[in-house]
Design a protein around this ligand. Structure first.
Ligand SMILES: *[C@@H]1O[C@H](CO)[C@@H](O)[C@H](O)[C@H]1NC(C)=O
Length: 442
């Protein structure tokens, strides 16, 4: 009789097995988790616990899936300790959810710790670890995990390969991209659309657009993501004409562009100064495809107009946008004002920007530079003082490049690299020849 539970729902009594109740509660928890209602999920879990039920692997993996955001990270760690107490840590489902949670919260070390303790690791567990590491830009570790995986005789699947490739692209690691490409060919994975799509993006980000295009040409059935990847690749390399041709080809193949592919073509137009073409695509998106632009599309359009000399038009556009101006739109606009030396319009946008993002130091730096370059020293000093008072430059922007097998990373105003002098000398030389060739204002 112990395994039976009486339940009263709307005045009627039901007799259920205990296991059925657990399944019901699990379904509820996972529904709440999927629908982004973390508090409800935890409420159910707590009432379950106070009724003496512990939950099982499904309960825990649902709960952990909630905790992949910073807000619930501490709850996630508590769930982890409960998992240890109840000895669920060796379950593949639970361990994968733990790895995912730690990795999403940028704690790759703890993710790896959970991973290393797993007795049995299937391809899902390996993929979760690779994905988590790759998302944190650790291409060297990703490659190491891939090697370990092959060494242990676990066969990668197409998801493994595309995750590894996207981390290669992210870190601009060309040698690794080529190695993984070779592996993909060896395992006959290049026929998977997802693998080819990742190859296109990886080669493009590593600076080899020729190979990106080759991967595209070999594909039998390129899909929307394929075309979008290639359009983005062309945009990234400043090849506006190729990007528009590809966009037209995509439409003529009967593929319906979505908001992401429109974003790609718009940014290609921004990079290449195709103002009219950009306006045409924006109109095509809203009027023909009835896609409601989001803040990224608006930002592109402001950039397109402002950067290429239409600062007033960009300002009018900014004012006409039906949603609240966001920081990236204002930032793009201020950048244009800086380029075309329109200090008045920059000022009015900066006021709004500081109100939206009072803690973001780079905004103040840009404004201080604009003031200084126009000899508005008092304004410049006022902004610099605000900057110092806030003193919040905790997370400077970081970029990196791989030379040989070493990754060099740089943060803004970084002065620690051993070859600092040579780097700056080369940069100066490049800038002056760029200026000579294009008359670019930098
Ligand atoms: C791209 O890679 C191919 C070989 O894979 C090479 O021949 C070519 O020079 C590379 N292009 C660039 C721009 O690096």
């Amino acid at each position: 009789m112990q395994n039976l539970v009486w339940l009263r729902i709307q005045g009627r009594f039901f007799v259920l097995l205990h296991i059925e109740i657990l399944i019901m509660l699990n379904v509820m928890i996972s529904c709440y988790a999927l629908n982004c209602l973390p508090e409800e999920a935890f409420r159910i879990f707590n009432s379950m616990r106070s009724d003496g039920a512990n939950g099982d692997e499904f309960t825990f993996s649902s709960l952990l899936s909630i905790c992949d955001i910073l807000e619930y990270y501490n709850f996630g760690k508590q769930v982890h300790s409960l998992i240890l107490k109840l000895s669920f840590e060796s379950d593949i489902l639970v361990a994968s959810a733990l790895i995912n949670m730690y990795a999403k919260n940028e704690d790759v070390i703890d993710a790896k710790r959970v991973f290393d303790k797993m007795a049995i690791r299937n391809v899902v567990a390996w993929n979760t670890m690779i994905f988590g590491c790759g998302n944190n830009g650790e291409v060297i570790n990703v490659m190491k995990i891939l090697r370990d995986m092959l060494f242990e005789g676990i066969f990668p699947d197409e998801l493994t390969i595309s995750s590894v490739l996207s981390s290669c692209g992210y870190a601009s690691a060309i040698t690794e991209t080529q190695q993984v490409h070779a592996l993909a060919v060896k395992l006959s994975f290049q026929e998977f659309v997802s693998v080819s799509n990742s190859l296109i993006t990886a080669y493009s980000k590593c600076g080899n657009i020729t190979n990106a295009f080759k991967c595209f040409r070999l594909m039998l059935e390129p899909d929307l993501v394929t075309y979008t990847s290639l359009i983005n690749a062309y945009a990234f390399h400043g090849l506006g004409k190729e990007a528009t041709e590809m966009f037209e080809k995509m439409i003529s193949c009967g593929i319906k562009p979505d908001r992401i592919s429109f974003l790609g073509i718009l940014s290609a137009c921004v990079h290449c100064g195709f103002v009219n073409t950009g306006l045409h695509y924006f109109k095509l998106m809203t009027d023909v495809y009835h896609i409601i632009p989001d803040s990224d599309h608006y930002t592109c359009l402001i950039d397109l107009l402002g950067r290429h000399g239409f600062v007033n038009e960009a300002f009018e556009f900014l004012k006409s946008i039906p949603i609240q101006a966001e920081s990236n739109m204002l930032g793009a606009f201020i950048g244009s004002c800086k380029l075309h030396e329109n200090i008045e319009l920059a000022k009015s946008a900066a006021g709004k920007l500081f109100a939206i993002e009072p803690e973001k130091i780079v905004n103040y730096a840009v404004m201080a530079n604009i003031y200084a370059s126009h000899n508005h020293w008092l304004d410049a000093e006022r902004v610099r003082k605000t900057m110092r008072d806030k003193n919040v430059a905790k997370f400077p922007g970081c970029s990196w490049i791989q030379v040989g097998n070493q990754v060099h990373s740089f943060v803004s105003s970084d002065k620690v690299h051993p070859k600092l002098l040579q780097i700056f000398a080369t940069l100066k030389m490049l800038l002056s020849s760029m200026k000579e060739e294009n008359g670019v204002k930098l």
